[in-house]
Design a binder for this molecule. Structure first.
Ligand code: IPE
Ligand code: IPE
Ligand code: MG
Length: 248
């Protein structure tokens, strides 16, 4: 057997193909602080480890056939953390773009942003806008980065624009609201994963996740690897989605 064939043989036994793969997966990347604390490290070391973990999860997501990945990187509420941590997180975001953008582009990743850009420092904002523009025609994976994102802020922004556009009351329906959200044009998430064991939504995709399947793992984000993603996909493939109807 050629080494290529051996390799794919090994992969297929390690990760047997799944019946159902979610099109859109959202991840609440939580637990960086606790990961660091357990190692006697500062919280920022946990965030750094979290950023380093992105690469392997992205690669695994592409391998498993996920088409849209939305990552919760910074919430509208996270501004309330100590200034040093916020500054550290903004710096990490900037460095991650500098370091990873060329390869993400080469690999065909289309980067999108959901959230508010107003409060984001100018230099970082420009880097984000550049990343969006550079990768806008890529098709292999849509990587949606929720940065300065809040589900409630998103709905507020949508309502403001709906009113600005002079939409009439009887023209407002669910499809229209979806078109005014940051995620306009993307399918709703099928699966939302939260790392580090917390059983809450924390303002993530509250409209779009109305019928998402939730999966929580106690694993902290920096330790969430390909095996962990596969486990989440296995759990998803066993779920029966009903959307309010009777079992089929
Ligand atoms: C998630 O890790 C990253 C962000 C919220 C930016 P946390 O920083 O929330 O880690 P814990 O929850 O304190 O462990
Ligand atoms: C949610 O995690 C936000 C991100 C992962 C970016 P948090 O750690 O901020 O959420 P809470 O405070 O535990 O709800
Ligand atoms: Mg947290």
């Amino acid at each position: 057997m050629s080494s290529q064939a051996e390799k794919s043989e090994q992969e297929s036994t390690e990760y047997p193909p799944l019946e159902k793969i979610p099109v859109h997966v959202g991840i609440i990347m939580d637990g960086n602080g606790r990961w660091a604390r357990e190692r006697g490290l500062p919280r920022l070391a946990g965030h750094r480890a979290g950023v380093e973990n992105l690469r392997r999860v992205l690669r695994a997501a592409v391998e498993f056939g996920i088409q849209v990945l939305t990552l919760y990187a910074f919430s509208t509420e996270n501004w309330g953390r100590p200034e040093e941590e916020v500054r550290g997180l903004l710096n990490l975001m900037e460095r991650a773009i500098d370091r990873e953008l060329p390869e993400l582009h080469r690999e065909g990743v289309q980067i999108r942003h959901i959230g508010r850009l107003e409060r984001v420092p100018e230099r970082l904002k420009q880097k984000i806008l550049h990343a969006l523009d550079l990768t806008k025609d890529n098709q292999r994976l849509i990587l949606n980065v929720a940065f300065n994102y809040g589900g409630r802020a998103e709905i507020v922004d949508a309502v403001r624009r709906i009113i600005e556009d002079g939409v009439l009351p009887n023209e407002v329906d669910e499809a229209l609201i979806s078109r005014y959200l940051y995620t306009a044009g993307l399918p709703d998430p099928d699966l939302i994963i939260r790392t580090s064991g917390e059983m809450r939504v924390s303002n993530f995709l509250i409209w779009q996740g109305a019928y998402a399947e939730y999966y929580v793992t106690p694993t902290y984000w920096p330790d969430f690897d390909k095996d962990e993603l596969y486990k989440a996909l296995v759990a998803f493939s066993r779920r029966e989605r009903r959307f309010g109807l009777l079992p089929g």
